[in-house]
Design a protein around this ligand. Structure first.
Ligand SMILES: *Cc1c(COP(=O)(O)O)cnc(C)c1O
Length: 332
């Protein structure tokens, strides 16, 4: 396959060498119950056991290690209250650099203190994510900090792609890989890795029905904005950027399909993960299991579902498990 994309198989192999020893090689486990339901072997990639609780550490670590010593010394910045913020805080601290994470005044105190605890310099500005991002842009422009975005960056995509290399390293024969999809950094990297080695393997993106920006953009043939709605898969929210440089084209060219999941299906995925696999996962990480349970995946060989993260509020998780919560609520 010609590598006309900003991230090649060789870039991903280089990322794997760079981040080796700094991120965990996570386990794969065959699921008896899901294999029975799907009629083909189903393996779970247990990436929610990654340090900081999500795969985002791979891309963040590769991006930090790809900076020159001078850039690293200037400091790193991003606007993220979620898994990217946690990962970047940890990755910077591990290399002796400072990450400044900008967030709005509306971000709950527990999220602020978690990111601070991981070593970041937290800067509280404005009343929205947009205003936090404006502060990031200002710090880049006026202070010279280096921005590491959550998905639309070649080093981030290459880092996420190392997860794809681990999957094919652990399991020679894979027919279909199920990848949670938001901005597309994970899907682009995993698809480039897997199809770079075996072009016949199908890579399918999974996302929620409510406010899926990449799905709407792929349908429109260009990056578009969608209204953001609350979802149990909150890590899959947010836009892909109207000036997207990397992930839109890669997802368009490399993904075989995108499957949408309802809130009730995502809740069922989280319950199945807990009750039968004994795994605590966040909504975004349950979409692969959800699609298998809903009969939305057609495969004639081994399937791998990536469990991408576990950073869920435990009270929310309890309510989902008890069947008290099937939909995300406004103003949670
Ligand atoms: C960020 C994230 C995703 C989506 O990754 P993208 O690269 O934005 O597509 C999926 N699951 C979890 C847990 C995440 O944190």
């Amino acid at each position: 396959m010609a590598s006309t994309w900003p991230v090649s198989l060789e870039d991903i192999r280089a990322a794997a060498r760079r981040i080796a020893g700094r991120v965990r090689v996570t386990a794969m486990a065959q699921s008896v119950s899901l294999s029975e339901i799907a009629g083909v072997p189903v393996h779970l990639k247990l990436e929610h056991h990654q340090t900081t609780g999500s795969f985002k550490l791979r891309g963040a670590t590769n991006a930090v290690l790809s900076l020159s010593p001078a850039e690293r010394a200037r400091g790193i910045v991003a606007a993220s209250t979620g898994n990217h913020g946690r990962a970047l805080a940890y990755a910077a601290e591990a290399e002796g650099a400072v990450a400044t994470i900008c967030m709005s005044r509306l971000v709950p105190e527990n999220k602020v203190s978690e990111i601070r605890r991981l070593g970041a310099d937290v800067r509280i500005v404005g009343r929205s994510q947009d205003e936090a991002q404006q502060e990031v842009d200002r710090l880049v422009r006026e202070v010279g900090l280096v921005m590491v975005p959550p998905f639309d960056h070649p080093a981030v995509v290459a880092g996420q792609g190392t997860l794809g290399l681990e999957i094919i390293g652990a399991l020679q024969q894979v027919s279909t890989v199920l990848v949670p999809l938001s901005g597309g950094g994970l899907a682009a990297g995993v698809a480039a890795a897997i199809k770079g080695v075996n072009p016949k393997t199908k890579v399918i993106g999974l996302t929620m029905e409510r406010g899926a920006a990449m799905k709407a953009s792929l349908d429109a043939g260009r990056p578009v904005q969608v209204e953001e709605l609350p979802s149990l898969a909150d890590s899959l929210g947010g836009g892909i950027g109207l000036d997207n440089h990397v992930t839109f084209a890669m997802c368009r060219d490399l993904l075989d399909d995108v499957i949408l999941l309802s809130e009730a299906e995502i809740a069922a995925g989280m319950r199945h993960a807990y009750a039968l696999e004994r795994e605590i996962v966040e909504g975004a990480a349950a979409v692969g299991i959800a699609a298998l349970l809903a009969g939305k995946v057609r495969a004639n060989g081994p399937v791998v579902a990536i469990l991408s993260g576990r950073n869920v509020d435990m009270e929310q998780h309890r309510r989902v498990i008890n069947g008290e919560m099937l939909f995300a609520e406004d103003g949670r």
